[in-house]
Design a binder for this molecule. Structure first.
Ligand code: SF4
Ligand SMILES: [Zn+2]
Length: 352
């Protein structure tokens, strides 16, 4: 297929790529061990703290088992075919054992923690081992909006006791055109708002991921869509954190096929900076943390510039994401900025 394929053809490509990914997957079948864990610095209530990140070993996103989002290769990391809640709980016990002194624990499961198809109908009970951790202040899980009903959220809260819970939702964009015509997201901005309102009602926080540069949009269109999405999100008052996630080209995805055909370039770091810069003041006014932590930043498959200024920009983005000081975003130019400026003249309207 050339790069002029229809959206339906690219969806079919993504579905077939998933089958190829499963054949290449290095299966780790022990369902009682997380795939990996690591520590990093994050921000909690304005202070920089230690956070534990765990990639759980689950069957992964149900949506991705159909077709999934066109940039998503997260389920490439999925190893078990089935998982019980008890097995998930054993994985989280391992995470708890590695989390002494951690203030934040992020549980990533390449899908939706609350999806009953991933780890049984009562996944909240798997969170119980974390309630023992005295210094822990926040647990973050991820979910698509349709699994965020009041009952499930309340049970998660109950399992965690006094520890705060945030649910991270991969909204990606507030534009229905982008959600349906570029990503194949399978839910709407309205669905997101309904779920975020439910979370607010029961005292659960929301972190929102926005995708920078989905396939089939120009650099300019990507910046416009992402900035406009941040602005609309800030107006909802439903999210405490907005994370700008620039696309990184993942294996066995439609985006990878476009990239290999020369029809996709992951976003410039200038674009990440531009989205942050346009929205920094409003985010501060609304008390929302705006951040970005570009996966594979500076590499060809991740958000990157010319190679000379990448590290500097990544450092600025990292520090801004912790401190949210807009003054940090005024950076000196680099020779490559002219090329980015030229690309920003190529205007499309796909995102409207
Ligand atoms: S981006 Fe999220 S919702 Fe979409 S296929 Fe991947 S894991 Fe599923
Ligand atoms: Zn440069």
């Amino acid at each position: 297929m050339g790069y002029g394929g229809t959206f339906e053809q690219w969806c079919k490509y993504q579905r077939d790529a998933r089958s190829r990914a499963l054949k290449h997957s290095r299966r780790r079948i022990d369902p009682t061990e997380p795939i990996t864990t690591w520590k990093e610095i994050d921000s909690l209530e304005g202070k920089n703290v230690q956070a534990m990140v765990a990639i759980l070993n689950t069957p992964g996103c149900t949506w991705a088992r159909g077709i999934g989002c066109l940039m998503c290769g997260y389920t490439n990391d999925v190893h078990v075919q089935e998982l019980t809640t008890d097995q998930l709980k054993l994985q989280i016990e391992v995470v708890a054992g590695r989390s002494a002194g951690m203030k934040i624990i992020k549980l990533f499961d390449s899908g939706s923690f609350l999806d009953p198809n991933e780890a049984g109908s009562e996944p909240w009970s798997a969170l119980e081992p974390l309630a023992e951790l005295e210094e822990l202040g926040l647990v973050i899980i991820e979910s698509r909006p349709n699994f965020m009903d009041k009952g499930s959220l309340l049970k998660c809260k109950e399992a965690l006791g006094d520890i705060k819970l945030d649910v991270a939702i991969g909204l990606e964009s507030a534009s229905e055109t982008i959600l349906y015509g570029c990503i194949n997201k399978g839910f709407t901005f309205e669905d997101y708002k309904k779920a975020a309102e439910t979370a607010k009602e029961v005292g659960v926080g929301v972190k929102t991921y926005l995708l920078l540069k989905p396939p089939f949009v120009t650099e300019w269109g990507a910046v416009e869509d992402c900035s406009r999405s941040v602005d609309l999100l800030l107006d909802t008052g439903l999210t405490q954190t907005i994370s700008i996630n620039p696309v990184n080209v993942q294996n066995f995805t439609a985006v990878e096929a476009l990239y290999e055909r020369g029809a996709y370039r992951s976003p410039w770091l200038w674009s990440v900076l531009e989205v942050l810069r346009r929205n920094a003041d409003k985010a501060n006014e609304k008390g929302v943390r705006l951040m970005s932590s570009p996966t594979a930043g500076g590499k060809t498959r991740g958000a990157h510039n010319c190679g000379t200024c990448d590290l500097k920009l990544l450092e600025i983005i990292e520090v801004y994401s912790l401190d949210n000081d807009p003054g940090l975003l005024d950076v000196p130019d680099c020779g490559c900025k002219g090329e980015w400026d030229m690309l920003m003249q190529l205007r499309d309207r796909a995102w409207e």
